[in-house]
Structures are given as structure tokens and as C-alpha cells.
Write a protein that binds this ligand. Structure first.
Ligand SMILES: Cc1ncc(C[n+]2csc(CCOP(=O)(O)OP(=O)(O)O)c2C)c(N)n1
Ligand code: SF4
Length: 502
């Protein structure tokens, strides 16, 4: 974490005392930049680039405010993509334009953190326009530093939304023409039309006096966030000597002479938070908010009676759209949840609503689930032949395959896993609806593996199925699936190409 403040050191090569080299940087920066050996004391930015100055101002403000250990820096895509090599804080690097959305999530999940969204003008004002506008409009309690250098730096000088009228870029080689490319976007002014932001200022890195003003603005924005105020935004007009084809001194002058008249320096908003304080969303465990706690309570009895003999169970359910593939996964996760287990459900399906292939991944575990993806299922429920052929090889030898037919296809090589063939669709059809085949499979799964209690299954089905006639069929289907395992399939039997039918 925080490095100790460096004391000035003597350059060993200057031991003849001609001069003293002083390395002094904020402890908010890493001591060494480990990216490339030749860059260990310097950043990757071009000489005279505004990013380096802005970084310094931010680091010093974080240091002064004593918040380094609770700061999360969200770096963008653009020249500042590598900001995480420099700031010794929590770092998250996000996709182009998405920084305010990621910052929103971070701040909401960790409200005590100081969350900084740092973005260039291509990132914030082009691809990320929606994210910044909505984060500002929601009054997210984050600080956004917007580096406006009127160009796309990293990608070699394409026109940005902030490119000046007449300014040449690789994509406006004759200079930006409003009739073709529109006018420069004034982000500070645009955001200042919104009610929620508490602080919006534009500053410029064009001379020492203005850099000091920028320093104050950066500090103020962070201080407001520290005090829990609301959305704060500092637009920083910044030189990009390399792409502009100027030396650092000329580039700074260009900021002052060309950019400032178009993007006037101003405090556009400095006010008390406008957000009503008394309409906070309901806080509390998700299970309370979704009103499933009461149901879970009622499930407690059956849970206590039901012994979960597995540590974690990963299930893949596959078939085609319309077979209730995804629903079966949802029912199982709901059951697991009600029995106090960790659960996840991950669907995967094509654009077709009916007949397209669909599958879902279900994890039910006594421990927290690392990933909802099931690559090697303990259990495969294959509701059609295609799914059997596609996924059977993923199931390990000690796993289980429940296949919705009375026998395996003749040309299908017996997989190593234990296979039970169940004519679930036929059973369900006889009960009144072939659609209940998924519930027959559920009954079979519960009876074969005893993973969850049948009583919980009945309760979940009762809560989820609204049509009375269908509910009755589902009840019978659940029982039929269990009976099939008890009477027609041999528990522990090895897989048979011709299934378990008599
Ligand atoms: C989704 C996506 N679209 C486009 C790009 C290409 N891209 C990388 S950086 C960039 C623009 C960077 O310009 P700016 O945000 O102004 O930052 P600067 O480099 O000038 O600091 C673009 C378009 C990308 N990486 N990802
Ligand atoms: S290209 Fe421009 S913005 Fe990028 S590092 Fe160089 S000077 Fe800075």
C-alpha cells in the first residue's frame, strides 16, 4: 500500500556534488513503475502531455485528503489506459467509455470508497456519452476527471467530439466542418443542465497559474466526494503535443489560445446536493426485498429433514426452446435457495423462441460459487438427442446423464457416465401435457440423487405454476419421475444402450 514518503536522494553519478537530483513524488504513486525497465521512474506519456500533470494533481489531492487506502481508480481506454501502473490505489481498467458505469457499481458496492472515473474525450464524449450523462443524472457519488485534448490520442489522431472547428485530424483532414461533423461538444455545459451534479468545473493545463487552479478543482471535487456530496466533474483542457504536432511549449500555448475560447473556463455548478434524502431504495438482504425469506422459512422444516450429502452439484440442462429447459433450471435454483444453499443459473439460448437449441447451467452448492459456468457437469439432463450428443462427453465417469427417451440412439457410443433413459415426454403426454416432461426429469433427478427434497419441489412448483390444470399435471409428473426411478430404472445400474425399460 502506501509507500513511505521519499526523501531527496543524491544521484550516485553526481557524487562530485555538481548538482543534486531529487526524485520526489506523491506516495500515492508507486515507487517504481514496473511496466518496462527503461520506464521504471517515468510514465509512458509523451513529453508535455497533460495526462502526467493531471495524474500528479490527483495523486497529491488523494495524499492530502488521506484517502489513498480507500481509493478506487477506474482507468479508461485511451492514452491513460495504463494509469494503474502508476497509482498505488485500487485499480480497475474498463472498456472504452464504460468507466462511469463501472464506477457506479464500485461506489454502490463500496460506498466508503473514493471512486474516480478518469477519461479522455474520445472515451467520455463519444463512445461513452450515455454512461456519463446517466451517471451524472443519477447523481452518482463519484468524481469524474475528463481529459479533453480535442483529439483521439492513443489511436493516432482521429477527430473527437471535442475537436475544434477547422482543426485537422486524420478523419477530418480538411479541418472539422460543422456542416459535416457537427460542432464541438461542451460536456461541462451539457452536464450542468442536469439537476443532480453538485460540482462541475472546467480548468486548463496551459500555464502555471491555470495548473494551480486545476489543482484546486481536482482537490475540491475529491473533497466533496469524501464528504459524501454527490456527482463531481472536472473537465481538464489538456495538451497533446505529439498528435497536434507541436512542441510542449507550443502545445500549452495552443490550449490557451485555441481551446479556452471554445471551452470557457468556469465553475458551472457548485451547489448543495439536490437529491431528496428520504427516498433511499429499500435496504436489506435481497431475499427480504424479493420477499422470499418467508418462503425460505417455511422450507426450513424440510431442509432440516433433508440431508445434503453433496458439497456442490453442477447441472447442465439442455434441449430445444419450448421444452422448459430454462424453467427447469430456475426451479432447481429456487429449490436450492429455499433449502439454504448457494445457487446460480446461467441460461444460453439462440434468438429463436421455439425449437432453437437452449441450455442452462445450474450450480447448487454448500459453499460460495466461484463461476456459474458448468463445463463438466455432475449431472446432464438431456431433453433431446442433439443435447445428448453434444454434452454427454463433458460428464465425468462418476456423473449422471438423464436422457429423455426410452433408449440411447443405436449409433451412440456409451459414455463413461451413468446413464438413465426415461421416456419423460411420453410419461408427461399420458398425464395430459408433453410440456411437463421437464418436471418428470426433475422427479427422476431428485429420486436418483436425493440432492434436494421433493417437498421443496412441490412447494416451488405450486408457487410458480399459475394455471391450476397445469399445476396438477406437474404434481403428477414429479411423482411419475420419482416412481420411474424407483420401479423401472435400477438404482446404481450401469448404463444400458437400451435404457431401463423392461
Ligand atoms: C469499443 C472500442 N472502440 C474503439 C476503440 C479504439 N480506441 C482506443 S483509444 C480510442 C480513443 C482514445 O481517445 P481519448 O479517449 O480522447 O483518449 P486519449 O488517448 O486522447 O487520452 C479509441 C477510439 C477501443 N479500444 N474499443
Ligand atoms: S499521444 Fe497525446 S495524449 Fe497520448 S500520451 Fe502522447 S501527448 Fe499524451
Amino acid at each position: 500500500m502506501a509507500n513511505e514518503t521519499e526523501t531527496p536522494v543524491m544521484d550516485s553519478e553526481a557524487s562530485n556534488q555538481e548538482y543534486e537530483v531529487i526524485h520526489s513524488k506523491s506516495p500515492v504513486f508507486y515507487d517504481l513503475y514496473e511496466r518496462k525497465s527503461e520506464l521504471k521512474h517515468q510514465t509512458h506519456y509523451c513529453p508535455g502531455c497533460g495526462h502526467g500533470i493531471a495524474h500528479k494533481l490527483i495523486a497529491e489531492a488523494l495524499e492530502d485528503l488521506g484517502v489513498q487506502d480507500r481509493t478506487i481508480f477506474v482507468s479508461p481506454v485511451g492514452c491513460s489506459v495504463f494509469a494503474y501502473y502508476y497509482f498505488d490505489v485500487g485499480n480497475v481498467q474498463v472498456a472504452h467509455g464504460r468507466a462511469p458505469a463501472a464506477a457506479t457499481g464500485l461506489k454502490r458496492a463500496c460506498p466508503e470508497s473514493m471512486v474516480i472515473s478518469y477519461q479522455g474525450d474520445g472515451d467520455l464524449a463519444a463512445i461513452g456519452t450515455a454512461e456519463i450523462v446517466h451517471a451524472a443524472n443519477r447523481g452518482e457519488k463519484i468524481t469524474v476527471f475528463f481529459l479533453n485534448n480535442a483529439i483521439y490520442g492513443m489511436t493516432g489522431g482521429q477527430m473527437a467530439p471535442t475537436t475544434l472547428v477547422g482543426e485537422k485530424s486524420t478523419t477530418s483532414p480538411f479541418g472539422r466542418r460543422p456542416v459535416n461533423e457537427g460542432f464541438p461538444l461542451h460536456m461541462a455545459e451539457l452536464l450542468a443542465t442536469l439537476v443532480a451534479p453538485v460540482y462541475i468545473e472546467r480548468v486548463a493545463l496551459c500555464d502555471n497559474k491555470n495548473i494551480m487552479k486545476a489543482r484546486r478543482a481536482v482537490r475540491k471535487a475529491l473533497e466533496l466526494q469524501k464528504n459524501g456530496a454527490g456527482f463531481t466533474f472536472v473537465e481538464i483542457l489538456s495538451p497533446c503535443p505529439t498528435i497536434w504536432g507541436k512542441d510542449p511549449v507550443e502545445a500549452r500555448r495552443w490550449v490557451y489560445e485555441k481551446m479556452v475560447p471554445v471551452f470557457p473556463l468556469n465553475v458551472f455548478r457548485d451547489c448543495e446536493p439536490q437529491m431528496p434524502v428520504n427516498n433511499a431504495p429499500p435496504q436489506g438482504p435481497v431475499s427480504d426485498v424479493l420477499e422470499i425469506t418467508a418462503k425460505a422459512e417455511s422450507e426450513k422444516k424440510s431442509t432440516q429433514e433433508h440431508h445434503h450429502h453433496f458439497k456442490d452439484l453442477s447441472i447442465k440442462i439442455a434441449g430445444f426452446g419450448g421444452q422448459g429447459v430454462l424453467l427447469l433450471g430456475q426451479l432447481l435454483t429456487e429449490m436450492g435457495m429455499r433449502e439454504g444453499l448457494e445457487v446460480s443459473w446461467l441460461p444460453s439460448y439462440g434468438p429463436e423462441m421455439r425449437s432453437g437449441s437452449a441450455h442452462c447451467h445450474v450450480c447448487i452448492s454448500k459453499e460460495r460459487i466461484g463461476s456459474p459456468l458448468v463445463s463438466h457437469p455432475n449431472v446432464l439432463i438431456a431433453l433431446n438427442e442433439l443435447s445428448l450428443r453434444k454434452f454427454a462427453s463433458q460428464v465425468p465417469a462418476d456423473g449422471l446423464i438423464l436422457y429423455n427417451r426410452d433408449r440411447l440412439p443405436d449409433d451412440f457410443e456409451k459414455p463413461p457416465a451413468h446413464v438413465i433413459c426415461i421416456p419423460a415426454a411420453e410419461i408427461a403426454d399420458k398425464l395430459g401435457s408433453a410440456k411437463a416432461a421437464n418436471i418428470v426429469m426433475m422427479g427422476a433427478l431428485l429420486e436418483e440423487t436425493e440432492c434436494l427434497s421433493a417437498a421443496t419441489a412441490m412447494n416451488v412448483i405450486q408457487d410458480k405454476v399459475k394455471k391450476v390444470a397445469l399445476l396438477e399435471i406437474d404434481r403428477q409428473a414429479l411423482t411419475a419421475g420419482r416412481l420411474f426411478i424407483d420401479h423401472e430404472a435400477h438404482i446404481g445400474a450401469v448404463s444400458q444402450p437400451d435404457g431401463f425399460a423392461e
